[in-house]
Design a protein around this ligand. Sequence first.
Ligand code: BEZ
Ligand code: FE2
Length: 406
Amino acid sequence: MSVKILIADHIFTPDGFVSDQAVAFDETILAVSAPDHLTSQYPEAEIVRTPPHTVLLPGLINTHVHLEFSANRTELTYGDFMTWLESVIEHRDELVARCDNATMEAAVQTMLRSGITHFGAISSFGGDLEVCRRTPQRVTYFNELIGSSAATADALYGDFLERLNHSFHTDPAEYITPAIAIHAPYSVHPVLLSKAIALAKEKHLPLSTHFLESPHEREWLESHTGGFLGFFRKFFGTDRAVTSIDEFLHAFDHYPALFVHCTQTTHAEREHLAERGHTIAHCPRSNRLLDCGRLPIEDITAPLSIATDGLSSNWSLSLWDELRAALMLHHQGDLEKMAERFLRAVTLDAARALHSDAGRIAPDAPADLITVTLTERVERDEQIALQTLLHTQEAATVYIQGKKVL
Ligand code: BEZ
Ligand code: FE2
């Protein structure tokens, strides 16, 4: 692939924004430097001058999305996690049946147009694999394991392994990385949990789990009471949780994973996640709609990813929309610093959690790049992250592995 030099007013690097610089890349980023310097270093390169007020960023990474639930608009009930979960169970077959490839294709296309070059697809059934194969984006394909009942554990594990093996049979050009998602502490039997974590560790697969999402979940795991008691009596004929918070958490101690939601964690649990090298994925709009509480991001020392979750608990799959919502939800933080932290959360920190070397504009990183063009000059350099976050709906151009896909 021939070398390109992309010149933009502002470039988001791992050290923050730099101005009046350029990036030289083929499939990989070769250098970030002054335009004159790069043109003499790479005299044969194609020079791409972006319009005024253009911001160049690493492609955005949405670590947590459920494509198989993309058909939902108004069917599922919001306002309380248990009510929502029951509505998912009631409508699941019909929602999944309506979610054909065209529906999922539209979902991945809106993500691509918004500048998402890589997403983590939580796959419950394997029905999204074909769409993930076809899309130009990178996909971390999280085969989900679920099943709290010992009686059905073997069958469910067998089904999970079959889906996982299937996702290994992809072409490298399809940019799919097989991965494992544990559904949640309340829904996965501890025997299945340790088997799946051991497998992830042995094969070095990215690993993810929903964790302490709702107050109901915490109460159930701690006291076997609350909204989940009625739920488990009704659907499973049981009245005891199969695991405890500590047992579940410590099962991940020797393999860093992505812990999604964590809204109901304590300070000590958040510190433990940080100490063990885990990343926390924050889905502010989903948390609000399901009444899960606010993740205290000011108390997180672990790397932070921000993700949309699926259309089963959101109205769009745009990370720009998600970041704006996060900025409003966490209304007491410093705006400028928070905006930069959020951009890092959807690029570098997200990449690390998905075992990817992208997410950064720096030499040797894969050339996953997006440009967004603001309508006017940003008066103060300290506000480039904030103004970009406030005003962007779609990317102007998108490169994945150096190839222009939009
Ligand atoms: C289970 O398989 O145990 C389960 C599935 C969904 C929600 C809760 C539990
Ligand atoms: Fe989720």
